[in-house]
Design a protein around this ligand. Structure first.
Ligand code: ATP
Ligand code: MG
Length: 456
């Protein structure tokens, strides 16, 4: 059964508050009943014992000669030696024996004076019980019994009497409860935070578990999922548009190149025609890279598999080393082991390849690649000794089509999509990409990728 009150966070806190209040009131009502310092009925075995003693004393008084008062004094005196204390009063409440002032007795006889209903009460460590009727001549007297109460007062009484201890116990009891409450209340908040973090790393996935729990979080979760779906639709719409445009641009471009070839054949080669051809070729390359980028962004989430760093990158790095040697450059990649990774192999290979190719292209002599596995991440550093990138542009080189101002007019310059592809691929795998100045003098790119800790 579902209570509408408990389905909201407000209702849950409200209910816990009232439950605590109820517990406090219940304890306050119960405590006086359990406290031996308040008046209580005497336990049956003690009651029978005391009644029998009173009867016995009555019989002995009847047998004895001499004034009853003296005899009673003697009895109270004897009882003290046996470890307890007998008191005798008249039925009007005047103390007959023992002599002397007795505060506890005076207090007790004002509350318990009916021999038909004997009671007991604790005074410090002294337990008073009574009254019990003793048949004496000429008038009956009332007997009270006092004894040392050996049983320690109940734990809660000890605590109640010491405010500091009471505070400590209250804290001890309430801390786990409050911790539990805080933990329980923040579960949905944490789930929402994790979902937001996932979106921040580029995983636009709706999470159905967000739409459970207290009403307030359920509503926030539903809105969050709705937002993620809307973003997803916008992104995939844009990606589809990009992919369609790139695709559609290819046909006129092919026709343009064919027309240039025909013109060349008819009129012979000319500088203008050669220029048209190079630009068309550049455009074609750009379009095919754009197509690759959009394809990667739209289906990067699928086709994930358990793999390892060695089988992913060894072949590509060997090729790159060979390529570097052809350009009289030295590429060194240290040790590459089978560190476990999970992802789309194609994307992961091209992510590192684009950075390594840049290093070969822009480096002068040396390209250094280092792999460093951590507790849960694999770090990859790619350094070169080229010109590097001005500090102010380090963050921009990951933007599509961005080329550093000095490289823009270089004839060798690429389209500026390589690092955008790397950035997109690594972020789709929950990794990070950053650029800085290399100790070798050129550019240093640092990639991190989470290691695969789930069993295959
Ligand atoms: N190792 C490097 N040293 C110096 N500059 C670099 C280095 N790597 C990248 N850059 C600069 O960053 C820009 C963007 O790099 P990116 O790889 O995205 O494009 P590209 O290499 O120009 O073209 P593409 O890789 O698409 O063929 C480059 O144009 C270049 O100016
Ligand atoms: Mg490049």
């Amino acid at each position: 059964m579902k209570f509408p009150l408990f389905s909201s966070l407000y209702g849950r806190i409200f209910a816990i508050f009232w439950l605590t209040l109820l517990l406090v009131v219940f304890t306050l009502v119960l405590l006086p009943i359990l406290d031996p310092r308040t008046q209580h009925t005497i336990p049956a075995p003690d009651l029978h014992r005391f009644q029998a003693a009173a009867q016995n004393i009555g019989l002995r008084l009847a047998e004895a000669r001499g004034p009853a008062g003296q005899r009673l004094q003697q009895l109270t005196h004897d009882s003290r030696r046996k470890g307890f204390q007998l008191y005798f009063t008249s039925t009007e409440g005047e103390i007959i024996a023992p002599d002397g002032r007795n505060k506890a007795l005076r207090n007790f006889i004002t509350m318990a004076d009916d021999p038909a209903k004997p009671r007991q009460r604790l005074y410090g460590r002294w337990m008073m019980a009574g009254p019990f009727q003793v048949d004496a001549q000429p008038a009956p007297v009332l007997m009270y019994v006092g004894r040392i109460w050996h049983r320690p007062p109940p734990f809660f009484i000890q605590i109640l009497d010491k405010p500091l201890q009471l505070l400590l116990v209250t804290m001890l009891v309430s801390t786990p409860l409050l911790l539990w409450l805080a933990w329980a209340v923040t579960i949905p908040a944490r789930r929402l935070q994790q979902a937001a973090e996932r979106v921040a790393t580029g995983q636009f996935e709706a999470d159905p578990t967000l739409e459970a729990g207290p009403r307030e979080f359920r509503q926030a979760g539903a809105s969050f999922n709705q937002m993620v779906r809307a973003i997803n639709q916008t992104i995939s719409g844009q990606q589809r548009l990009l992919s369609d445009i790139s695709h559609e641009l290819r046909s006129p471009l092919t026709r343009l190149r064919m027309a240039t070839a025909l013109a060349k054949r008819k009129q012979g080669d000319s500088a203008e025609l050669a220029r048209i051809d190079t630009e068309a070729e550049r455009l074609e390359k750009m379009i095919s890279e754009l197509l690759e980028l959009s394809r990667m962004q739209s289906n990067g989430q699928g086709q994930r598999e358990h793999t390892d760093a060695g089988s992913l990158w060894l072949e590509m790095l060997e090729d790159a080393r060979f390529e570097a040697e052809q350009c009289q450059k030295q590429l060194d990649y240290g040790t590459l082991e089978a560190w476990p990774l999970c992802g789309n192999p194609g994307l992961l290979i091209s992510a590192l390849e684009n950075v390594v190719r840049n290093a070969i292209k822009y480096g002068r002599e040396t390209i250094q690649i280092r792999f460093q596995p951590g507790a849960d991440h694999l770090e990859i550093w790619i350094d070169d000794d080229g010109e590097g990138v001005p500090d102010s542009e380090l963050g921009d080189i990951f933007r599509p089509f961005y080329r550093v101002s000095t490289a823009r007019d270089r004839s060798s310059g690429g389209t500026g999509l390589g690092l955008a592809i790397t950035d997109s691929a690594i972020r789709q795998h929950n990794g990070t990409v950053s650029a800085s100045r290399s100790p070798l003098g050129g550019l240093q790119i640092r990639l991190t990728l989470p290691l695969d800790t789930t069993p295959a």
